[in-house]
Design a protein around this ligand. Structure first.
Ligand SMILES: *[C@@H]1O[C@H](CO)[C@@H](O)[C@H](O)[C@H]1NC(C)=O
Ligand SMILES: *[C@@H]1O[C@H](CO)[C@@H](O)[C@H](O)[C@H]1NC(C)=O
Ligand SMILES: *[C@@H]1O[C@H](CO)[C@@H](O)[C@H](O)[C@H]1NC(C)=O
Ligand SMILES: *[C@@H]1O[C@H](CO)[C@@H](O)[C@H](O)[C@H]1NC(C)=O
Ligand SMILES: *[C@@H]1O[C@H](CO)[C@@H](O)[C@H](O)[C@H]1NC(C)=O
Ligand SMILES: *[C@@H]1O[C@H](CO)[C@@H](O)[C@H](O)[C@H]1NC(C)=O
Ligand SMILES: *[C@@H]1O[C@H](CO)[C@@H](O)[C@H](O)[C@H]1NC(C)=O
Length: 804
């Protein structure tokens, strides 16, 4: 009895306060305060999903004033005052009538305050927004208007608004990455020195939503809407979407956030509200796509610290010190690396031959593109090595393509780039030479991979935990990176002979495809099979068996494969490898889950308007890249919905690019199968005039009209209405007669987006102009589709056509 009574009293005294608190309505009256201890109850939003209060940090006895997701185990922080460090136990926060939120340390000294007068109450909203209001309900301060590193749905960042990254996952001090909505209308990501608060350094992402000529087309808000989409809103009401994937789940059962993470990547995440199995936060999308390459300014250290080397893994930058260099701060793997010897010219430099003082260590595929002080060209490998050895200012020399670049400390923008085919010679003082690390980035045969692992394994036994982690990471990445060809800024770029995609043996591919069993499709070039190769984990691939490439064109095959392998764009299907063995010519591509655009577009149910817009823009961007941004221009020559694939997020990915040239080597492209039809093929094909990139523009135009109308370019005479068998003619007639609504029939989404519909149709008609000089370039097409460039009314596409 006594025991039960005691329990009851215990309940009353200790647990009741919790209960009364959980019945709150989100309102926090003036005078309410919280003390920084584990037991203090945060101010909860009415649903209890968000909490405002002190969160205890893991490492030490420090507390962070913050707002967090309260119903998930991670208690992820979404807001904290943007320039305070954590506070000690016993600090307080209070809602004060004269200054709003006031944070004081245990000695009651002011640490931080919102500094707003006439406060009536605070309110923790279910959106995650903490609001301070006057008695007339006017909102004087909102955490949404003073964000730190995270955005939530319904939050808007206006012109001049910023997010600032934190220092590391667990250190909430200000980091060096900024997201800003700048006054010209662009959303940009910049780096900035932490110490000096100087100007913003390298811009490594830009939404391109500024129109210097007509400001009404410029962006002015970054919006995260309640449905989980992030976009830049232009003053003319149009949206530039950052979130493009339709796989982002619906909001009602998921939490969302977008955080400028400490590694500089702006990521959108989601998390199920009910956490059976607790998958944690999943990354939906991220910007920029490759931070190791995209941070490339002349000032600043790059994505990692000085002297460090960056490599990308699942969109995450991983930083590593090169051999012989050590982290300046062992607790910050993303920070600077130092030499473990005295660098630069010293007393002993003059006394004898450089060989007596220094040794050079060779490493592969590492580059620091920004720290050159001398270039020697032409140059041999040995001369390059010796040039650095004999120059006491030289820290490393890079040899590539008969040229040599001498670099000095501090080295910046370091990155691993397996496609470079470069050698780096790192210089060390004798006695400080590190043991060579096993070659981890250039395994080209499976046997060699295994040997590398054994080597790594044996090194592991004798080194510290931290170095072990790096080694394991590096070994795993070694596998990964061979397939991850990146565009490089190494100057001068050009390499016709070096192949930078992986070579497979025929046997390997036969094994991977289980004897070429599962057919994915047949095209003009041969049959495509599904396969699986072990690349760390089992990776699904698509193997294309070319059946029309002549066998005596080995060199051209290699050259073309290399050109294709050097492309890197999110709207292209990536080439992972190739095989040329005896009569066999095969290409290995990444596998696309969602099949071809043809089956998506003409299937049932039809894709919605927004998806179609995104797909059309994706294809346009991919083509613009092929035409204008590759080191060698690539004309596709066969753009049609069967050659556009959709990845797991329904991004459009162009496939089969670069193959046209391969076939032309062989003169095997015949026009018999296209002559006489009016499908996707530009008229100049039939006229023996020179084929330019404009043929792709024509095909794109037809494709764009198909995407708009969800109709094939040539209607099946049996299935179609028979009256308008040729799509391009029909579209022109409808456009000329002002009947755009006929084109999209009952598609209300498209009808409600009339301005864009009209713009897209006009762009399509410009692209299919018979006179190729009237067709815009793909770059212009992109700008017109995005609404950056005005679209004039197009003329009739085929003024001289006689109806057959
Ligand atoms: C919340 O409850 C307090 C009393 O506990 C009341 O004064 C206030 O008006 C309520 N606010 C809302 C928004 O319901
Ligand atoms: C931090 O917030 C204050 C307003 O509370 C603002 O004036 C300041 O610019 C912000 N600092 C940064 C770096 O965003
Ligand atoms: C809470 O957020 C909702 C949704 O944005 C908004 O409608 C409401 O006015 C907010 N409440 C307060 C008190 O700010
Ligand atoms: C943004 O900041 C700049 C410079 O401080 C200022 O001139 C401009 O008026 C601000 N724009 C807005 C919309 O606040
Ligand atoms: C966080 O980083 C800052 C700046 O480098 C440093 O002064 C501080 O001690 C760090 N805090 C923790 C908890 O490690
Ligand atoms: C700016 O663009 C808008 C629509 O995008 C257009 O209506 C307006 O006429 C343009 N203004 C000028 C000065 O060109
Ligand atoms: C690493 O590669 C270089 C040349 O690329 C070679 O000389 C060296 O022996 C290799 N080291 C190992 C451990 O395989």
């Amino acid at each position: 009895m006594a025991c039960a009574l005691f329990n009851f009293l215990f309940f009353i005294i200790f647990l009741l306060p919790v209960f009364t608190f959980s019945q709150n309505n989100g309102t926090v009256p003036v005078g309410t305060s919280l003390v920084a201890t584990e037991r203090s109850n945060p101010w909860l939003s009415p649903s209890g999903e968000f909490a405002f209060g002190f969160q205890k940090l893991q490492d030490n006895d420090q507390f962070l004033l913050s707002i967090w997701f309260n119903n998930i185990p991670a208690k992820t922080v979404v807001w904290y005052p943007n320039y305070t460090s954590p506070v000690s136990r016993g600090s307080t926060v209070e809602i004060d009538a004269q200054s709003g939120l006031v944070l004081r340390d245990p000695q009651r000294r002011l640490v931080w305050s919102t500094g707003v007068p006439d406060v009536s109450h605070g309110f923790m909203n279910d959106t995650g927004n903490f609001v301070i209001s006057r008695s007339d309900s006017f909102r004087i301060w909102e955490s949404f208007k003073d964000p730190t590193d995270t955005m939530l749905p319904t939050q808007i960042i206006e012109i001049n608004g910023t997010l600032v990254s934190r220092k590391s996952e667990t250190n909430f001090s200000r980091g060096r990455f900024y997201l800003r909505m700048v006054s010209d209308g662009n959303l940009v990501l910049n780096t900035r020195s932490v110490l000096t608060n100087s100007n913003f350094d390298d811009e490594y992402y830009n939404s391109q939503t500024s129109d210097p000529v007509n400001a009404t087309n410029s962006g002015y808000q970054l919006i995260f809407n309640e449905r989980g989409s992030i976009y830049v809103l232009r003053r003319n009401g149009e949206q530039y979407a950052l979130t493009t994937k339709r796989s982002v789940p619906t909001t009602s059962d998921h939490y969302y956030r977008a955080t400028l993470d400490f590694d500089g990547v702006f990521r959108q995440y989601y998390h199920p509200k009910s956490f059976s199995g607790n998958p944690g936060w999943t990354t939906a999308e991220y910007w920029p796509q490759n931070i190791c390459m995209d941070i490339d300014g002349d000032i600043g250290s790059g994505a990692c610290g000085y002297n460090s080397v960056c490599r990308l893994e699942n969109g995450k930058p991983i930083c590593e010190c090169p051999q012989g260099y050590l982290l300046a701060d062992p607790n910050n793997p993303y920070g600077d690396c130092n030499t473990n010897f005295i660098p630069n010219c010293g007393e002993d430099d003059q006394k004898g031959p450089a060989e007596d003082v220094y040794e050079m260590l060779e490493v592969s595929d590492t580059d620091w593109p920004k720290s050159d002080f001398e270039q020697i060209s032409p140059c041999t490998v040995d001369d390059c090595r010796n040039a650095c050895l004999n120059d006491c200012f030289c820290a490393v020399s890079i040899y590539r393509d008969n040229s040599c670049w001498k670099k000095k400390l501090p080295l910046s923008n370091g990155r691993i780039d397996t496609g470079l085919n470069a050698k780096a010679f790192l210089k060390f003082r004798k006695g400080n030479v590190p043991l060579p690390r096993p070659n981890i980035t250039t395994p080209d045969k499976p046997e060699k991979d295994r040997r590398t692992l054994i080597l790594v394994g044996s090194v592991l036994l004798g080194s510290s935990v931290f170095i072990n982690c790096i080694f394991i990471g590096a070994a795993c990445l070694g596998f990964f990176l061979i397939y991850n060809k990146k565009i490089t800024n190494f100057r001068p770029v050009h390499d016709a002979a070096g192949v930078n995609v992986r070579g497979f043996t025929y046997k390997e591919l036969a094994l991977a495809t289980d004897g070429f069993k599962e057919e994915l499709g047949r095209g003009a070039f041969g049959i495509v099979y599904k396969g699986v190769v072990p690349m760390g984990s089992q990776t699904t691939i698509a193997v294309k068996k070319l059946d029309r490439v002549a066998q005596d064109t080995e060199k051209e095959f290699k050259t073309e494969v290399n050109v294709i392998g050097q492309t890197h764009h999110k709207n292209l299907v990536r080439l992972l490898g190739f095989c040329e063995e005896g009569p066999h010519r095969l290409l290995v591509y990444e596998y696309m889950n969602n099949g071809t655009l043809a089956s998506f577009l003409f299937g049932d149910p039809k894709p919605n308007w927004n998806q179609r817009i995104q797909i059309a823009m994706g294809i346009a961007r991919g083509l613009a890249y092929l035409h204008e941004e590759c080191s060698t221009q690539i004309i596709h020559c066969d753009i049609k919905p069967q050659n556009i694939l959709l990845d797991e997020y329904y991004n459009a990915r162009i496939s089969d690019f670069g193959l046209a040239k391969l076939l032309m080597i062989n003169q095997s492209r015949t026009l018999t199968n296209i002559r006489g039809t009016k499908g996707y093929v530009a008229p100049e094909w039939f006229r023996n005039t020179q084929v330019t990139a404009k043929v792709d523009v024509y095909s794109f135009g037809v494709l764009l009209l198909e995407i708009i109308t969800c109709r094939r370019s040539l209607e099946d005479l049996e299935n179609g209405d028979g009256e308008n068998p040729i799509l391009t003619d029909w579209v022109w007639d409808c456009f000329a007669e002002g009947r755009l609504d006929t084109l999209v029939k009952n598609d209300t989404e498209a009808l409600n987006d009339k301005k864009r519909l009209e713009r897209f149709v006009m762009v399509g008609i410009w692209c299919i102009q018979e006179d190729s000089s009237l067709r815009p370039t793909m770059r212009k097409v992109c700008q017109m589709l995005e609404g950056i460039l005005e679209v004039n009314v197009p003329p009739c596409p085929s003024p001289f056509a006689s109806t057959a």
